[in-house]
Design a protein around this ligand. Structure first.
Ligand code: ATP
Length: 477
């Protein structure tokens, strides 16, 4: 399967089975905004829970919070987002199409030989690092990079475009009422740093985690749920003693990569990418990139943010944000190492990894299946219970099993169609275990368990089903 097709097939599969829908689809959709359907919402919740529990429950010195989306407008002045949260853009005068400059050049570099492409990207990185907009335009013109719509090189100047959405709070539309939809969840953590530290009696080093919606007016939004205008982040800010940031940065790089590998994804599907152009707040930064159907792209960022945020909030708010370190009897503003992962991108990663079209043909019969091989702990439905027939008391036994299991995990009951078809439908939504109740069940209290990945079937006792599933879906052992 060609990779271009793979993304299209995943998108179609997500729609067909209720994972992801285009937002406001009956009105022709809203660009780069998506809704999660009945199975997508379960998958999303399971991934969020896995991250949350890995970062809080499994880490004694990290606590989680849930801050509001709206924040005081000065927060975004202090954080640098009002002045700096922008991407260099360029418009094609003929098609009116707007491009992010780095995307335009990267797209062109992909069409070149590897060496030439690399050289071009290096030139671009150097120009981006010095905000040399004239140089970037020159680079685009010198390479005769054209617009995909008009095919011309008739470009405007390169300009900065702020990515924050603004709205008004209260009834008067005065400038003072302007509030922003947060473009990252991190600032909700910074402004609560002392609240949490004091109320939780936290000692440095410690972390604050949170998950929640963020909004960015992305100019070029593409790649399905890879780049959205409304998305969810899972972030953790780790507060450390100044001077120790390098070792914590390395620690979190390694720890977060281990988390990714714990999803059962092979190491060769990941790579680190060190930032050349550092964000305004960072002294070290890298991305964890995953090999999406569109190639290696960022799924998570790890940033050493120095004391930039807390120092600025202290200055803009006039409130002291220092920590008293009893080990050394000193006040200081902590440094911060951040791990920031997009929940939606993680969903796309998990879907890309799980989605398989398998040819099961034998000599005498053509056969195939689409299967979502999710890790069992993340599967939207853990157990399907399927009575072989609709009569003879089999549905009652199936219902009893579901009643026993549903307080512990999500189950699904189905009695329509042949067992083979029902198995295939469960494969397509990634259910790891199917139980078939048949006439023998009535005699000896055994059932058939069918495993999604191997398609193997075996007989086990009815009473062992719940514990078997529980053992396989546990997140931590
Ligand atoms: P990119 O370079 O792809 O725009 P970024 O470096 O701006 O991403 P960060 O600000 O580091 O991203 O945000 C942390 C994480 O949030 C990213 O690694 C990504 O998983 C997620 N994320 C950022 N922007 C979006 C978006 N528009 N849609 C979905 N997820 C996003």
């Amino acid at each position: 399967m060609a990779n271009d097709n793979k993304l299209q097939n995943i998108i179609a599969h997500c729609k067909e089975y209720g994972f992801v829908f285009q937002s406001s689809e009956i009105y022709d959709g809203l660009s780069a905004v998506y809704d999660y359907g009945q199975l997508g919402a379960e998958l999303k919740k399971n991934i969020r829970d896995y991250w949350w529990r890995s970062m809080t429950q499994m880490q004694e010195n990290i606590v989680g919070i849930d801050a509001a989306i709206f924040m005081h407008p000065t927060v975004w002045k202090a954080s640098g987002h009002v002045d700096n949260f922008s991407d260099p853009m360029i418009d094609n005068k003929d098609s009116q199409k707007r491009y992010r400059v780095d995307h335009l050049i990267e797209g062109f570099a992909e069409t070149l030989d590897t060496d030439k492409g690399e050289a071009l990207l290096q030139q671009m990185d150097a120009l981006l690092a010095t905000n040399d907009f004239d140089g970037l335009k020159q680079l685009i013109e010198n390479n005769r990079i054209s617009c995909a719509v008009s095919n011309t090189c008739n470009w405007t100047e390169v300009r900065q475009f702020n990515l924050m959405f603004a709205t008004e709070m209260g009834s008067l539309s005065e400038e003072t009422n302007v509030v922003y939809l947060r473009p990252e969840t991190a600032q909700g953590i910074f402004v609560n740093f002392l609240n949490v530290q004091k109320s939780g009696r936290m000692k440095i080093p410690f972390g604050i985690a949170q998950t929640g919606k963020a909004f960015r007016n992305e100019i070029v939004a593409r790649g399905f749920i890879f780049r959205m205008r409304e998305f969810e982040q899972m972030e953790m800010q780790f507060f450390v003693k100044p001077g120790t940031q390098k070792e914590w940065y390395e620690y979190w790089k390694e720890t977060r990569m281990k988390w990714h590998l714990s999803l059962g994804i092979s190491p060769d599907r990941y790579r680190f990418h060190d930032h050349v152009k550092l964000a305004h707040y960072a002294d070290m930064a890298c991305d964890i990139e995953y090999d999406f159907p569109m190639g290696f792209k960022e799924v998570e960022g790890i940033h050493s943010r120095t004391d930039f945020d807390l120092k600025n909030h202290q200055q803009f708010s006039g409130k002291k944000l220092t920590y008293f370190d009893t080990d050394i009897n000193q006040h200081y503003i902590p440094y911060v190492v951040e791990t920031s992962i997009g929940l939606d991108r993680t969903i796309l990663m998990v879907l890309s990894e799980a989605y398989k079209e398998e040819d099961l043909s034998t000599e005498d019969k053509k056969d195939s299946r689409v299967v979502l091989g999710f890790p069992a702990m993340l599967a939207p439905i853990k157990l399907a219970v399927l009575p072989l027939t609709k009569k003879d008391g089999l549905p009652e036994i199936a219902r009893e099993l579901i009643d026993q299991c549903k307080p512990a995990f999500k189950c699904f009951y189905e009695e329509k169609d042949s067992i083979g078809k029902r198995y295939r439908r469960q494969d397509a939504i990634g259910t790891p275990f199917c139980i078939t109740i048949d006439h023998q069940t009535k005699e000896d209290q055994t059932v058939t368990i069918r495993y999604r990945d191997s398609m193997l079937q075996e007989r086990i006792s009815l009473s062992s089903v719940k514990q078997l599933v529980l053992d396989k879906i546990q997140m931590f052992s």
